[in-house]
Design a protein around this ligand. Structure first.
Ligand SMILES: NC(=O)c1ccc[n+]([C@@H]2O[C@H](COP(=O)([O-])OP(=O)(O)OC[C@H]3O[C@@H](n4cnc5c(N)ncnc54)[C@H](O)[C@@H]3O)[C@@H](O)[C@H]2O)c1
Length: 318
């Protein structure tokens, strides 16, 4: 099988690329190496993959590059390229979110409509489409009401998937990932900031009162779901599935666990809650279990231990 992975140098994309190569796929790994965070960290994510004989790394922006050549011979598209993160999606940065999350997705879907041999396009959607008022746990039938401009753009991408599925038969599956964590996590995300602070002996700059809850999903589980969505037969075009780790954890619980795992409590620097940050997320993963045969396997304590171990070896404390 031959995959195009967009956003291949990112946190989840690069983990997916490594897993696909290990499973014997050929991979065209596409990324623009944007400055959403240090591009050197993104290049580092792809070092091993880029020397693999079955992997080709292409530096290209999906908003401008000709897409037909990138799709040539490809069986499955994994579309993970995006500008993620809710906090920076307000005000003047919104245009960058529209470009990366909507324009790029529409261009890719349009090119896929002319790729008749494509077996599946897996779109990385987000729990952020639900917003703050969704029922808990949220099922895919809940009315999406994003709480941030980022969530609005991810929902627009999902709707583009269904529009191209319904009108042009593009075989899309959208996966609503719930807060993903583990090795290579983006440096702006809470657990990465928490572990970096703890390793450096600094206080963790905590947004909000620590009572916010997140249904968190370990990155290897997310990659497993993403690969299952690519190969499971008889999944209807336009399908949408939650990918959630099971159980909404308070941020303060994660802070305590990191302290226990590192042998000393983590001090907290209290910062105001941020616009766009919802109070709680919780996903019902029944559809993923039924349609894709997927269930999460890694619990919070184990997952945090693995992430701490990765930070120790890859991001030495300053
Ligand atoms: N990390 C999470 O908790 C989470 C949760 C829900 C959904 N998602 C989604 O999963 C996907 C991956 O997220 P991540 O956390 O790995 O983010 P990331 O920022 O680490 O990776 C995204 C990659 O996309 C690339 N990119 C951005 N715009 C591009 C363009 N126009 N052309 C080519 N490449 C471009 C970036 O350079 C980056 O390497 C995103 O679509 C995100 O919205 C992530």
């Amino acid at each position: 099988m031959h995959a195009l992975v967009s956003g291949a140098a990112g946190f989840i994309g690069s983990t997916l690329v490594d897993a696909l190569l290990a499973a014997g796929w050929r991979v065209r790994a596409v990324d623009a190496f944007t400055d959403s965070y240090d591009p050197a960290a993104k290049r580092a994510n792809l070092v091993a993959a880029s020397t693999h004989p079955a992997c080709t790394v292409v530096e290209a922006d999906l908003c401008t590059t000709p897409l037909a050549p990138l799709l040539d011979g490809v069986d499955v598209v994994f579309h993970l390229a995006a500008r993620p993160g809710v906090r920076r999606s307000w005000a003047g940065d919104f245009g960058a979110y529209v470009e990366a999350n909507i324009t790029a997705t529409q261009r890719l879907l349009d090119a896929c409509a002319d790729a008749p041999h494509l077996r599946r396009l897996v779109y990385a959607s987000s729990s952020s489409v639900y917003g703050d008022a969704a029922p808990s746990p949220s099922t895919e039938a809940a009315l999406p009401r994003p709480f941030s401009p980022y969530g609005v753009t991810k929902l627009a991408g999902e709707h583009l998937c269904t529009a191209y599925a319904d009108n042009h038969g593009v075989p899309t599956v959208a996966l609503r990932y719930f807060t993903v964590y583990g090795p290579r996590q983006r440096p702006d995300m809470a657990f990465a900031r928490l572990i970096d602070a703890a390793l450096a002996g600094r206080a963790f700059p905590r947004f909000g009162d620590g009572g916010q809850r997140r249904d968190v999903t370990f990155v290897d589980d997310v990659v497993g779901a993403t690969m299952a969505a690519a190969v499971t037969p008889d999944v209807a075009p336009g399908t949408v599935c939650n990918i959630s780790g099971g159980g909404a954890h308070r941020l303060d619980e994660a802070i305590s666990i990191v302290g226990e795992l590192m042998g000393r409590p983590v001090a907290v620097e209290q910062l105001p809650a941020q616009p766009g940050d919802v109070r709680s997320t919780s996903g019902d993963a029944t559809a993923a279990r039924t349609l894709l045969g997927w269930a999460p396997t890694v619990g919070l304590r184990d997952g945090l231990a693995r992430q701490i171990s990765w930070h120790r070896s890859h991001r030495p404390a300053e």
